[in-house]
Write a protein that binds this ligand. Structure first.
Ligand code: ATR
Length: 290
């Protein structure tokens, strides 16, 4: 495309595997069209071995910027010329921009996650939180909660060794925040949940509509009303969110996180303020129709 062409045309995209139902192209192309930019955003489904090959030859990649989703957010780091301090501290990059001849990595998931909380009018400072899961998404969430002044965070995961490693690493960065690992099946989690202000699900449990909630539904607090935030956006209401809503808790799915991580990526690439309502409309449309 480039060889024949128009040096002004900007090409962006998203790498992931699998990537069948990504809504990012619709959302980003709507924003590019809004400003009538000579630019286009593609979905690049790419098997891990091919992605590694591509990352090794990043210098020759004819793109202006790209997003990364599972499972490449951590793998890309060593291949970049520069990584923002925040993305380095989190250990994950989801947005890359070509600046001159250099590839620079950012993490816009953190902003996306915090924007979701802001829309739900939830202030992190001084709050007690529970994070379910200890994978890549949990890493960003834990970093965000600690950075924004949570009083304490209990992180519960199916594989205890993984969560204890993650918590140990984050404790080194945030000495003033009480961070604690727990086994997801440990019955002490029920008491912890009874006292928490926020539950965030970062596990994959709930992605399939037939899957149960990652925690027994009767472990949700019954005295105080809290915010239950599931990073999953498809289905729009997981079993966890359904159970929480029925108990009168406030609920939030991952749609706003997806929107705002994309909005910040758009701003990084184009230098323009992201047209939030245009992006939100096309995102909602894409999620409903896929
Ligand atoms: P992501 O980057 O989306 O966080 P990941 O790194 O693969 O993806 O992490 C997936 C998370 O979902 C992990 O916390 C995983 O728990 P394990 O560390 O025990 O694997 C969790 N998870 C996946 N399937 C699960 C299941 N059936 N029950 C409980 N937790 C599950």
């Amino acid at each position: 495309m480039r060889a024949h062409g128009d040096s002004e045309l900007k090409i962006y995209g998203i790498f992931g595997f699998p990537l069948k139902h990504t809504a990012s192209p619709q959302m980003q192309n709507a924003a590019l069209d809004y400003f009538r930019l000579k630019a286009i955003y593609f979905a690049f489904e790419c098997e891990p071995a091919r992605f590694r090959f591509l990352a090794k030859h990043l210098k020759s990649l004819a793109l202006d910027g790209f997003n990364l989703t599972l499972p490449f957010k951590e793998e890309i780091l060593p291949y970049l010329n520069h990584v923002s301090e925040e993305a380095k501290a989190i250990g994950a990059v989801n947005t890359v921009k070509k600046i001159g001849k250099k590839w620079v990595g950012f993490n816009t998931d953190l902003f996306g996650f915090m924007s979701g909380l802001k829309e739900a009018h939830f202030l992190v400072r001084g709050k007690t939180c529970v994070v379910l899961g200890a994978g890549g998404a949990s890493r960003t969430v834990l970093f965000a909660l600690a950075k924004h002044g949570a009083k304490g965070v209990v992180v519960a995961n199916r594989t205890f060794s993984r969560v204890s490693m993650l918590v140990r690493e984050m404790k080194r960065k945030f000495k003033q925040v009480r961070l604690e690992p727990l086994d997801l099946r440990d019955s002490r989690l029920k008491d912890v949940l009874a006292r928490t202000d926020l539950i965030v699900n970062t596990t994959k449990v709930g992605l399939s509509p037939t899957e149960p909630s990652p925690i027994p539904e009767n472990w949700l607090p019954d005295k105080k009303k809290i915010l239950v935030y599931d990073l999953i956006y498809r289905p729009r209401e997981t079993k966890l969110l359904l159970a929480a809503r029925r108990r009168g808790h406030k609920i939030l799915n991952g749609e706003s996180m997806l929107l705002y991580q994309g909005a910040q990526a758009f701003q990084i690439w184009t230098g323009k303020r992201a047209p939030i309502s245009v992006m939100r409309r096309s995102l909602t449309h894409a999620l409903r129709n896929s």
